[in-house]
Design a protein around this ligand. Sequence first.
Ligand SMILES: NC(=O)c1ccc[n+]([C@@H]2O[C@H](COP(=O)([O-])OP(=O)(O)OC[C@H]3O[C@@H](n4cnc5c(N)ncnc54)[C@H](O)[C@@H]3O)[C@@H](O)[C@H]2O)c1
Length: 465
Amino acid sequence: MKKSRRNFIKTTSLSIASLSSSSFLTGFSNQSPERKLGNQYMGDFKAPKLKKIRIAIIGVGGRGHGLIRQLAHIAGTEIVGISDLHEDLVNRSVSSCIEIGNGRHQNIAKYFGDENKWKKMLNKIKPDAVIIATNWNNHAKMAIESMKKGAHAFVEVPIAVTIDEMWQIVNTSEQTQKHCMMMENVNYGREELLFLNMCRKEIIGDLLHAEAAYIHDLRDQMDDEKKRGEGLWRPYHLAKRDGNLYPTHGLGPVAQYMNLSRTEDQFNTIVSYSTPAIGRNLYAKKKHAKDHLWNKTDFKGGDLNTSIIKTNLGRTVLVQWDETSPRPYSRLNLIQGTKGTLAGFPTRIALQGGVPAATEDHHSWAKGEQLAAIYEQYDHPIYKRLETLAKKMGGHGGMDFIMLYRMVECLKEGIPLDQNVYEGCFWSAVSPLSEISVSQGGMPQKFPDFTRGNWKETKPLKIVN
Ligand SMILES: NC(=O)c1ccc[n+]([C@@H]2O[C@H](COP(=O)([O-])OP(=O)(O)OC[C@H]3O[C@@H](n4cnc5c(N)ncnc54)[C@H](O)[C@@H]3O)[C@@H](O)[C@H]2O)c1
């Protein structure tokens, strides 16, 4: 009698717990489904070495064209297929790659004209790797199909839009044993690499708290004359969804400083609040005629979203997002430890006892030229190795090139990529989880464990030379 009552209480409280932590918006549950028999954990996955990497790309708009041009420069690549909805964009990228390749990219197949031509490309060309630089809603299905057709998938940010899509990506990667990396280029910025190196060297002691953001006024994407590009699809997300819709540029780097999802610590819960939604509706009124599409759209997503992640160790990560307000660009990029703080925008360092030859104590920041000795001592070895080339190649100050160079290097050497499929999912999961939290008045949401507990044995990202 007693036993069955205890069981009843246990089951009832369990079901209440699972109800309160599952989404009424998407039907998502934070329970990890079991790994299917035969599937393999991909945390430190090493794919067979590739001497030459046959690369195809889907989406050569604003972002994809730059990515494929840079890849075309890197030794060991052959660009074999380019797909976009638009013929002129495909032709532009093909011409660039042929010119850059100096004989290396002579047979680039072109696919354009309808939504599904990329599938024909995968079937016919059978590339080793596929770069996906399309609108957000297409990422998951394109990544999944690429892996099923035998290619490693490299996806622009965010890796997917819903938690369900993220699980499908994880399951397909584990089943096909193909990499699926979300290409978080910001992890390869000079400042981010410097901070990663300093955190690993324990210069700021035990890590306690981080601040990450994507604050970038992108209202002009709503302008009429834009017949191509993000203005065609991104504002619709801001109209319909309320949360942090673009978390990974800020979060990716700080997650790696803290070794989240890699042995030491893990994403646990998130709470999220948004401000009122005013700026987009105002912009539409000011810029466009009364009967313009944007004046018939109600932008529901709050202008600024603020979320806080709590990790298993109890650390906190503030993540903010604002693409609507008139303020300067920032990713915050702050990491605070027991012995000091490193911060971005602009780069600043405060250390207990002071920064040698710059500050006397931690009450003021060392910045600008005062940081010369810090860069000298702690610039990441990868940055030092690739600095000259990265500066020449550019792409967000060189970070794009370093990322692409590392992707090619890892595939050639058959070593784990710097960002695994689970990191792409955890970092992107902030969007759907923050939306649920906002809709529930800031209720904490638990992160699903995409690794199913295997994060505990995934090695921290090394400071590679
Ligand atoms: N990492 C970064 O710094 C960075 C910078 C900009 C954009 N992005 C990301 O890159 C992605 C693309 O952004 P963008 O600015 O290039 O957008 P965009 O709209 O300029 O380009 C997307 C392209 O995808 C093509 N496309 C869409 N559906 C297709 C289909 N079914 N088949 C073939 N092609 C298709 C479109 O024709 C378009 O040319 C987004 O995920 C964005 O968030 C990342």
